[in-house]
Design a protein around this ligand. Structure first.
Ligand code: AMP
Ligand code: ZN
Length: 113
């Protein structure tokens, strides 16, 4: 997708601190970290929101969640992490390419605001 900032990161058109990559998934540091560890996990396929998911995307979304497990193991996040995804206006979604935020490195409040 031409005007998508995350697709540009996938295509190396704009820089990002990439921490993990597979054929189908990319993980990089959030540019405005809200916690000591704040990563974004994205599928390489451009899917705007969870409302746009189709049954054929189920395996891909599974890979995305498994990437969280793998990255958490590699970074030694035994104390825990939070995986969140904002969908649509009420949740404050800013980038319309599906992503999970992985937050860790401090005690995280619940519920979030
Ligand atoms: P969301 O509100 O869930 O759509 O959040 C989008 C996230 O993308 C925000 O936390 C931003 O800080 C982050 N972000 C936006 N542009 C970039 C970028 N170029 N590199 C890394 N993170 C970004
Ligand atoms: Zn995209």
């Amino acid at each position: 997708m031409q005007d998508c900032i995350f697709c540009k990161i996938i295509n190396r058109e704009i820089p990002a601190e990439i921490v993990y990559e597979t054929d189908s998934v990319l993980v990089f540091k959030d540019i405005r970290p809200a916690a000591p560890v704040h990563l974004l996990l994205i599928p390489k396929k451009h899917i705007p929101t969870f409302f746009d998911l189709e049954p054929a995307d189920a395996a891909l979304m599974g890979e995305l969640q498994m990437a969280a497990t793998e990255v958490a193991r590699r970074l030694g996040l035994q104390n825990g992490f939070r995986l969140v995804s904002n969908t649509g206006r009420d949740a404050g979604q800013l980038v319309f390419h599906i992503h999970y935020h992985l937050l860790a490195g401090r005690e995280l409040k619940w519920p979030p605001g």
